[in-house]
Design a protein around this ligand. Structure first.
Ligand SMILES: [Fe+2]
Length: 391
């Protein structure tokens, strides 16, 4: 895709404006949505990187007032969402702009709910299915990712950590507009670039090998996987490579779109538990078992796992067995991880601690989108192999 080409995707409930330089349109888009004063939600890193000032300048130039909440935390705790919304209510805002990684976008979405619905945010956890906030009565939100990974701009909800139980919950909230500008990712350090992009790769590869992919999700996820394979090593080698950044950012958005329907399986279900237990960043926790998760799926879906391997630049011999295909997938993803400096599990926890988490992962049984039944012994085996890889 050449510079200056901007795509507008209206195919989902979460419209997206994609392309280099699109962040400058945030003020006019807020005006179009009827916003007169915006709650701008971000973390301290986005402020320190100078991105917040850039966005505030664009919003204020359109004559729109702002109030900033820059207290976003990783794995957004419930109380930060309530703090952000409380500030917005006191200041009389009528819209939200969420700028940053997945945590900022999810906090912004939760704050949008609480601007017009009474706290606490736990009232709106999807699992409870008791209170579904009325979207038509809520103020609009524009989400602006500054990382390329979560795809939160394309998904109708946010993930919030309930601090009383240390469990993550989804809250339902569409994004009225995602402004996805690869220019905002140019300053990301290689470690964050690698971890967040692997999250995007997991979304695409898991959805492609889930038990219910479809023709549309296949197109989105196949493209996302090949874009990552082609562009992620280039971005790690040269963080200023704008074209490669754009490729990874497009993959992240396509991955977010593609997972809606097929959903994720082993890497994400394991990642959600070990990420919270051992304070592992989301992309690192999910990516940790991607090689082994694909190897496990190969027995059920050898052709799809072979396709993922080839899309990432790996080779699969003609006539290979399911086991050989699984091994080729594991080796190909591992090679990509080595190339991009993806962190190993031993950085975060001891082997025994990790293996002890296996029963917790199974309760309640989470692998409803996996193409094969997963037993406790499979989880223990996957965790052990993932931990030992590279030693
Ligand atoms: Fe994810």
């Amino acid at each position: 895709m050449g510079q200056g080409q901007i795509s507008t995707c209206l195919a989902t409930r979460n419209p997206i404006l994609f392309g280099r330089g699109t962040h400058r349109r945030v003020g006019e888009e807020l005006r179009r949505l009827g916003v007169t004063k915006a709650l701008v939600v971000c973390d301290a890193g986005v402020r320190a990187a100078g991105i917040l000032d850039k966005i505030l300048g664009c919003v204020e130039a359109a004559g729109i007032g702002t109030v900033v909440f820059d207290g976003v935390q990783p794995d957004p705790p419930d109380w930060t969402c309530e703090q952000a919304a409380g500030l917005g209510v006191r200041e009389g805002v009528d819209g939200v702009v969420a700028v940053g990684g997945g945590s900022s976008l999810d906090t912004g979405k939760a704050a949008k709910i609480l601007l017009t619905n009474p706290p606490p945010i736990s009232r709106y956890y999807l699992a409870h299915e008791d209170i579904v906030p009325d979207e038509s009565k809520m103020y609009p939100i524009i989400v602006m990712p500054t990382t390329a990974g979560t795809g939160s701009e394309a998904t109708p909800g946010g993930v919030i950590t309930d601090t009383a139980t240390n469990v993550k919950h989804n809250v339902p909230c569409i994004s009225n507009l995602g402004i996805v500008d690869p220019e905002l990712t140019l300053g990301l350090p290689p470690s964050v670039t690698a971890i967040t992009a692997v999250d995007a790769l997991c979304h695409a590869a898991e959805a492609y090998t889930s038990n219910k992919p479809n023709a549309i999700s296949d197109i989105l996820t196949e493209k996302a996987i090949s874009l990552i394979g082609e562009n992620l090593p280039r971005v790690i080698d040269d963080p200023g490579d704008a074209a490669a950044r754009e490729g990874v950012q497009l993959a992240a958005t396509l991955g977010g779109l593609g997972l809606m329907g097929p959903f994720c399986h082993i890497p994400h279900e394991i990642g959600l538990i070990i990420g919270t237990a051992f304070h592992i960043p989301h992309g690192a926790a999910c990516g940790a078992t991607l090689p082994e998760g694909l190897e496990f799926a190969a027995e059920a879906l050898p052709e799809r796992v072979a396709a993922v391997t080839r899309l990432l630049g790996g080779s699969v011999p003609t006539g290979a067995s399911a086991a050989q295909i699984g091994a080729a997938a594991r080796e190909t993803v591992t090679r990509l991880f080595d190339k991009i400096g993806f962190p190993e599990l031993r950085r975060y926890c001891a082997r025994e601690e990790l293996l002890a988490a296996a029963p917790r992962i199974m309760e309640p049984y989470p692998f409803v989108h996996c193409p094969r039944e997963v037993a406790l012994t499979d989880v223990a085996d996957i965790l052990a192999k993932a931990y030992d890889r590279g030693q």
